[in-house]
Design a protein around this ligand. Structure first.
Ligand SMILES: Cc1ncc(COP(=O)(O)O)c(C=O)c1O
Length: 467
């Protein structure tokens, strides 16, 4: 028997009427599917308010827990958002934001906020003993550099930061000169500027089989078509790249060869050479996102593709998320367009953060922080290896801040995690194409929990779900 849901949206003339079959299992899923379909069809629009759960349960004659589950799932998929007392709203569809939404503790049933362990956020581990941010800030104010807060930065600051960027890139074994650097407010802004400078709506872009949500968001906003290339634990497969590059008219390929997000894959030297050969032969331009590169002994792929690569990185994953300083390295022919695109999207970086990045690269603090981060990740990986069943960790590299977890059982791992007081990042937010075939995976971050103890608690909860 087919049931119809009738509920008011923000616009009082508009009635939401999705069809669900209550006789089938998984009514909550059917509600979420209907919601997604109607958002895609434009029937439900960002800002529309959904009915209170109790009302919808009454309307549908289903259990309140079914509706709660449906709303929770829709929140997890970032279709809707809301706050206690303010109602539930359709969201502008943003997978990247869904990662932050995962922290909305109102979603979490049965666990108190303090109990929840976050394994979803990909920001560096915090070193409680490291006071250098305060010290640097004090040093900058003591030197009476308040102009850094109050005025446009002096042109020399740009030059100094480009020189510092070169030092950072050379440390990464990426040959670079200051005149080839464009500055950006982080890796996401850098990527956005590159795509704005080079691509047109409708272009096809080759990406990894699973890609990070920021990339997906950008592609959706700018009408780019993402074409996934299959991967193994060393990144994209050469034969798949050759086949797909021959079939499509794509000019650009975006890769994260070091600690790929979400799989943690790292390209070996041999794989780098194979991929570089195909990129050059097919006359593709590589856009390499090396945001995790500072945590890898492998040099960037761009280093062996000087004529076919635009390279980008930031200090977000290795030094400090809050600095918001990123670097693009490109050939002379791209520099004007890239500078224009960064001016357009961000105008300028924060001068105080520019100064701090310069100071930290010059006095070695940045490299020191990256080394601490790597050592902390290695310790945390040992904890994961001890607690999780071996066969579920797909990420081989022991330096990766995130792990790709293979869930072979047919369980709704996201719901199970939520019920156990865990935030994890589901495979759905990493799929370049909406209906792409995939296996059941989650990405967990080793560095999100504040302490190693919290990480261990979280991993034990995950292990007990999976066993
Ligand atoms: C592959 C990749 N690129 C870029 C970013 C964004 O980096 P940033 O914080 O420097 O903008 C992320 C963040 O998770 C990422 O995983």
């Amino acid at each position: 028997m087919t049931q119809y849901i009738h509920c008011m949206t923000n616009n009082k003339n508009q009635i939401w009427t999705p069809k669900i079959d209550k006789t089938k299992r998984g009514v909550y899923r059917a509600i979420v599917d209907a919601m997604r379909r109607d958002i895609e069809a434009g029937i439900l629009k960002a800002g529309d308010q959904l009915p209170p759960q109790r009302e919808l349960a009454w309307e549908l004659q289903v259990n309140l827990t079914t509706i709660s589950r449906a709303y929770r799932e829709a929140m997890r998929q970032h279709l809707i958002g809301g706050e206690v007392g303010r109602g539930t709203y359709i969201l502008a569809n943003s997978a990247e934001a869904s990662l932050f939404e995962l922290h909305n503790k109102d979603l979490n049933k049965g666990h108190h906020q303090a109990d929840f362990i976050d394994l979803s956020t990909n920001i560096p581990a915090r070193n409680a003993d490291d006071n250098r941010f305060n010290q640097s800030l004090q040093a900058i104010t003591a030197a009476n550099q308040s102009t850094l807060f109050e005025e446009y930065h002096a042109p020399i600051l740009l030059e100094q930061l480009k020189i510092a960027a070169t030092k950072w890139l050379n440390w990464r074994r990426m040959p670079a000169k200051p005149e080839n650097i464009v500055l950006a407010g982080g890796a996401q802004t850098a990527l956005q500027a590159i795509l704005i400078a080079l691509c047109n709506a409708g272009d096809s872009i080759l990406v990894e089989q699973y890609t990070f949500p920021g990339m997906k968001d950008f592609a959706r906003q700018f009408g780019l078509k993402l074409i996934p290339i299959n991967m193994d634990e060393q990144g994209i497969l050469p034969e798949d790249l050759a086949k797909i590059a021959a079939k499509t008219h794509a000019k650009y390929i975006i890769l994260v060869p070091n600690h790929q997000n979400p799989t943690g894959a790292v390209m070996s030297k041999t794989r780098q050479q194979q991929i570089a050969k195909i990129i050059a032969a097919k006359n593709l331009t590589l856009i390499e996102d090396d945001v995790y590169g500072g945590l890898s002994p492998m040099p960037p792929l761009s280093a062996c593709l000087p004529n076919h690569a635009i390279y980008l990185t930031s200090l977000s994953k290795t030094v400090s998320f809050g600095l918001r300083v990123g670097f693009i390295h490109a050939k002379a022919q791209h520099l004007d367009a890239l500078t224009h695109a960064t001016n357009l999207t961000q105008w300028t970086l924060s001068p105080i953060m520019m100064q701090m990045a310069i100071n930290w690269i010059d006095d070695g603090t940045a490299f020191d922080k990256a080394a601490w981060q790597l050592a902390e990740i290695q310790e945390r990986r040992k904890i994961a290896d001890n607690i999780l069943p071996k066969n579920i960790i797909s990420t081989r590299d022991k330096n990766s801040p995130h792990l790709w977890i293979n869930i072979s059982q047919s369980i709704d791992i996201q719901i199970e995690c939520e019920n156990s007081g865990l935030n994890t990042a589901p495979v759905s937010i990493f799929l370049p194409q909406q209906r792409q075939k995939h296996q059941n995976h989650i990405r967990i971050s080793l560095v999100a929990p504040a302490t190693r103890q919290n990480l261990a608690i979280g991993l034990k909860r995950l292990a007990s779900i999976i066993q």
